[in-house]
Ligand binder design. Structure first.
Ligand code: SAH
Length: 358
């Protein structure tokens, strides 16, 4: 038997087609989209404004998949990390970061990640698989329900597990589905896409009608150092990434965020800070310094606050807007680069897990 179509993956148009295919009036599609995406309801029998016989018919023909909360941990600072189980049993993590000052959901786009950044725990897993658009959107629904924020304003950062531009189509489809007026009607201005900088995908993104805010993980000021820390740099160099950024259609009064993880004694010298200023010249940029969140298996240290402040000071003195990202949720391993779940493909992931479980 064919598996039932999962309506959580459908755009409103696709939902209309699905509804029409079972001989029901098309306008019910909008109601169903609202139930799923705006109210977080995934049982057809609970969609109470639909005729009873239609609910039964929908239940027999379709399903609505929502990631299931497999673990739920709250940090002493209020950050909350959910481990979410997908239909195939794979797991991902999604994080709620309150009062930043806004409410922020940190969402995954892949199970694992292929980028293999040297300081990132998720990178040690390797890529297990891409998430579907429905799975990306589903995380938002689950977080919003779990935190009581369904219907309230919140921001989304695509900074969980995975590289969003390495799963381009599903990521952009998710942004469109979140924007639907019958869904959460979320403005793309409330979404930040963070990427290592995959040049052809950045070029594609530059032409998107629904444009999220862009954050680029820079992390180094020379090609050599960046290739060591962020292996995709071999193919998509610092130079080429900054070139796209220089031409990127940045919204009025907006800027590209450049993320810079600070590794003690590696990329955090005053010379690095000065080079960074030169590199970003002519780009509408702001810099987000992320002092390393250390983890077992990660061969770097977090610099002292003094070192971070000195680096930030050099940027600020030369007119760059700079923020130091406060590390949140470290006690529950919810901080940047600390998201990892079992089932990774690489041996090193198993070793890392063994260290963590210890
Ligand atoms: N693949 C996307 C999203 C990754 S997570 C990207 O690379 O941008 C968001 C940020 O956390 C990235 O800038 C990433 O480099 C950073 N990060 C990864 N591991 C980290 C760690 N251990 N400590 C601090 N930041 C880390």
């Amino acid at each position: 038997m064919e598996p039932l179509t999962n309506l959580a993956e459908c755009t409103p148009d696709e939902l209309e087609a699905a509804v029409a295919a079972i001989g029901a009036p098309r306008f019910h599609a909008r109601q169903i989209y609202r139930w799923i995406h705006r109210r977080g309801v995934d049982r057809f029998e609970d969609m109470t404004d639909l005729p009873r016989d239609l609910r039964a018919e929908l239940g027999a023909r379709f399903r609505v998949e929502t990631p299931r909360i497999a673990a739920d941990a709250t940090s002493s600072d209020g950050t909350r990390k959910l481990a979410l189980a997908l239909a195939d049993g794979r797991q991902i993590e999604a994080v709620f970061i309150p009062d930043t000052p806004s409410m922020t959901f940190c969402i995954s786009t892949q199970v694992g990640c292929a980028m293999a950044c040297d300081f990132c725990l998720t990178g040690k897993m390797g890529l297990v698989r891409n998430l579907t658009a429905g799975e990306i959107v589903g995380q938002v629904r689950v977080l919003a329900k779990a935190t009581g924020l369904l219907g309230e304003p919140f921001n989304i950062v695509l900074m969980g597990m995975g590289e969003p531009l390495h799963n381009y189509d599903a990521t952009m489809q998710a942004i469109r589905m979140l924007h639907e007026p019958d869904g959460l009607a979320l403005s793309p201005k409330r979404i930040t896409l963070s990427t290592v900088g995959i040049v052809p995908a950045l070029e594609r993104l530059a032409a998107e009608p629904l444009m999220p805010n862009l954050a680029v993980s820079l992390h180094a000021t020379t090609e050599e150092m960046r290739t060591r820390l962020v292996p995709p740099n071999k193919r998509y160099s610092l130079h080429d990434i900054l070139d796209v950024c220089r031409r990127f259609p940045v919204r009025h009064r907006s800027r590209i965020t450049f993320e810079y993880v600070m590794l003690d004694g590696v990329n955090d010298t005053p010379e690095d800070a000065k080079r960074l200023v030169t590199l970003l010249d002519g780009i509408k940029a702001k810099v987000n310094l992320i002092p390393l969140n250390p983890a077992p298996g990660i061969p770097y240290e977090r610099p002292s606050d003094d070192r971070v402040d000195r680096f930030a000071g050099i940027l600020a003195d030369r007119g760059l807007t700079v923020m130091v990202r406060k590390s949140r949720g470290r006690d529950i391993r919810a901080a940047c680069g600390q998201l990892i779940v079992e089932g990774g493909t690489k041996k090193s992931a198993a070793q890392v897990m063994a260290n963590l479980i210890r």
